[in-house]
Design a protein around this ligand. Structure first.
Ligand code: HEC
Ligand SMILES: [Cu+2]
Length: 396
């Protein structure tokens, strides 16, 4: 084995010399200069980059200050422990004739090094428990929003208000595929943000229609798992109007990084107006489902629905990604059996990623996307399905 050590040292000795002569002083200077300029020039930038946000709710501030308290306790413990260790190692080193001590029969020190950490734990646990208690108290809310996770979008329902909509990624495909410059809110922008009032307690009820997702808005200090078959509770009371962004924080499949959360917080009066307008819109859309639609109208609407909801699996050109996601071009269901086509889109197919879209899309959107699939990419069937037919089937 000695030949290995020898040849190694033959290689490393000149290297070490060279390193010491040139690279080390240079790189040390650069390193310290960079650190210094970073620390001096942009302390605020550093704080934004590396710390969690203070946020805009009482709970998020509580979480932040708890985090800072525990951080500083850890810093003090770190300095004391490593200081004592360093001091002991240097002071009592072997070359100065130190002989190792035996603490094993010292009851006093055993009690001390059990009691002190216990005390520290208790000091940390008291504020942490108080914050947790606060976070879990979702009682007496002014507004309840049910949040359902889908692969890969969020669905929001304002309970008791007859307002519901889905919220999908709005970042253009070109930015994702690197054929266009990335925008300011790349992958953090949606078509329909969740709109909430400030200064009112809002309760979130999270669940999922397929796999586990997690709804997270750092500025609210809210992060709640959305689990199929369960309903979890969280709440917030926003203090400042604005746009707040978050993401799904549970690995939920192929487009896990493509289901952001965007919340628009409005002053109370503005929110009330928005809710009334939204209700009227929903009612108008429902009435709209009753009339006769032309092929062109359905195609135009269907193309949009397809792009936001279906293209992530079946691809913009309908070719899918076989064998995981089937091609819809020339498929028997899409070009022949209309009822089978309606059934699979409305009810999904159990045990596959093809979800039921009955609750996600309106009758008009369902009719439009089915019509679009039957007439796009060379599937020139010329067939259309009226929203009224879908509405009728949904009500059965
Ligand atoms: C999460 C991925 C995913 C999304 C999103 C999705 N599908 Fe599917 N789809 C599938 C899979 C997987 C199948 C195959 C199911 C099976 O095994 O039969 C399928 C099958 C289909 C079929 C039957 C195709 C055939 O020939 O068997 C149709 C039609 C269809 N999807 C339409 C849609 C429409 C319309 C949308 C949007 C509203 C949509 N899909 C969104 C995954 C998806
Ligand atoms: Cu998710």
């Amino acid at each position: 084995m000695s030949w290995i050590a020898e040849s190694l040292s033959r290689v490393t000795r000149p290297m070490r010399l060279r390193l010491r002569r040139t690279v080390t002083p240079l790189s040390l200077t650069t390193l310290s200069l960079t650190t210094l300029s970073l620390a001096v020039l942009s302390p605020s930038v550093l704080a934004v980059e590396y710390n969690m946000p203070v946020g805009v709710t009482a709970v998020s501030r509580e979480i932040h200050s708890l985090h800072m308290i525990i951080f500083w306790i850890c810093v003090v413990i770190g300095i004391v422990v490593f200081g004592v260790m360093g001091y002991a190692m240097i002071k009592h080193r072997k070359s100065r004739g130190a002989v190792s001590a035996s603490f094993h029969e010292n009851t006093r020190i055993e009690i001390l090094w059990t009691a002190i950490p216990l005390l520290i734990l208790v000091v940390m646990a008291v504020p942490a428990t108080a914050t947790l208690k606060d976070m879990y108290d979702a009682s007496e809310s002014a507004l309840d929003v049910k949040i359902t996770g889908h692969q890969w979008r969020w669905q929001y329902e304002y309970l008791g208000e007859d307002v519901a909509f889905t919220s999908s990624l709005a970042t253009p495909r070109e930015q994702i595929n690197n054929t266009a410059a990335k925008g300011e809110h790349y992958l953090l922008e949606v078509d329909n943000p969740l709109v909430l009032p400030i200064n009112r307690k809002v309760r979130f009820l999270t669940t999922s229609a397929d796999v586990i997702h997690s709804w997270w808005v750092p500025d609210f200090g809210v992060k709640k798992d959305a689990i199929p078959g369960f309903i979890n509770e969280a709440w917030t009371r926003i203090e400042t109007p604005g746009t707040y962004r978050g993401q799904c924080t549970e690995l939920c499949g192929k487009d896990h990084g493509f289901m952001p959360v965007v919340v628009e917080a409005l002053p109370e009066a503005e929110f009330d107006e928005w809710l009334i307008a939204r209700k009227a819109e929903a009612e108008a859309a429902l009435n709209d489902a009753g009339r006769d639609w032309s092929l062109e109208e359905l195609m135009e609407k269907g193309e949009k629905t397809y792009a936001t909801i279906c293209a992530s699996c079946h691809q913009p050109d309908g070719q899918g990604m076989p064998p995981a996601f089937p091609s819809l071009v020339g498929s028997a269901i899409v070009t022949q059996d209309m009822q089978a086509h309606i059934d699979i889109v409305v009810n999904g197919k159990a045990g596959t990623p093809m979800a039921a879209f009955a609750d996600v899309l309106s009758p008009v959107e369902l009719a439009a996307v089915i019509t679009y699939e039957r007439n796009a990419w060379g599937n020139d069937t010329g067939e259309l399905v009226q929203p009224a037919v879908i509405k009728e089937q949904l009500s059965q």
